[in-house]
Design a protein around this ligand. Structure first.
Ligand SMILES: [Zn+2]
Length: 178
């Protein structure tokens, strides 16, 4: 009975998420069916019995109401700085956005790519000091943030902080080449 997870589809019958694939342990799937949160799309042969009823284990369930999918977080300078709270990831100081630059942790000359997990915010002095060195490590290992994490970062900033720093909206929010 351990390994009978149910694949969870959204109300449009596409998986609720792909990475990771949305599944529920069979106990939770049964609960969701009983509470009428999901409808059963397909079943395993195995059954569970309670004193009052016998139920086949659902193998695929679909949400009764549509769950909006989170938008992919765009890989932009603005979102990188937001993820890093407008702090240089080497000295830890907070800077206005026009005094920050984005910095390759593994230098491009050493094969470092321009991607969420290799780019951090850095102030100009730290950026210069770092150069092609690889022995300077950022405070936090960079990673792709979730939409939720970026929203949380936004809430930590004073009101209007972001707009004041938007010297060139199109520049800041244009996608970086990966
Ligand atoms: Zn710095």
């Amino acid at each position: 009975m351990q390994a009978h997870p149910a694949l969870v589809l959204n109300a449009d019958f596409r998986p609720l998420s792909y990475f990771p694939l949305s599944t529920l342990p069979w106990q939770d799937a049964i609960t969701a069916v009983v509470k009428d949160h999901v409808s059963v799309v397909a079943e395993y042969d195995e059954v569970v019995r309670s004193p009052s009823r016998t139920m086949r284990l659902p193998s695929v369930v679909a949400m009764r109401t549509y769950v909006p999918r989170p938008h992919r977080v765009a890989f932009t300078r603005f979102n990188v700085f937001l993820r890093d709270r407008f702090r240089c990831q080497y000295c830890g100081e907070r800077f206005p956005s026009n005094e920050l630059t984005f910095e390759h942790v593994i230098p491009r000359s050493r094969g470092g790519v321009t991607a969420w997990d290799n780019i951090v915010a850095a102030c100009d002095p730290c950026n210069l000091r770092k150069g092609n060195r690889t022995d300077m490590r950022p405070m936090r290992p960079p990673a792709q943030p979730t939409p939720h994490e970026l929203m949380a970062a936004k809430r930590l900033l004073p009101p209007n902080y972001l707009h004041e720093s938007w010297l060139d909206y199109l520049y800041w929010d244009s996608e970086l080449a990966e």
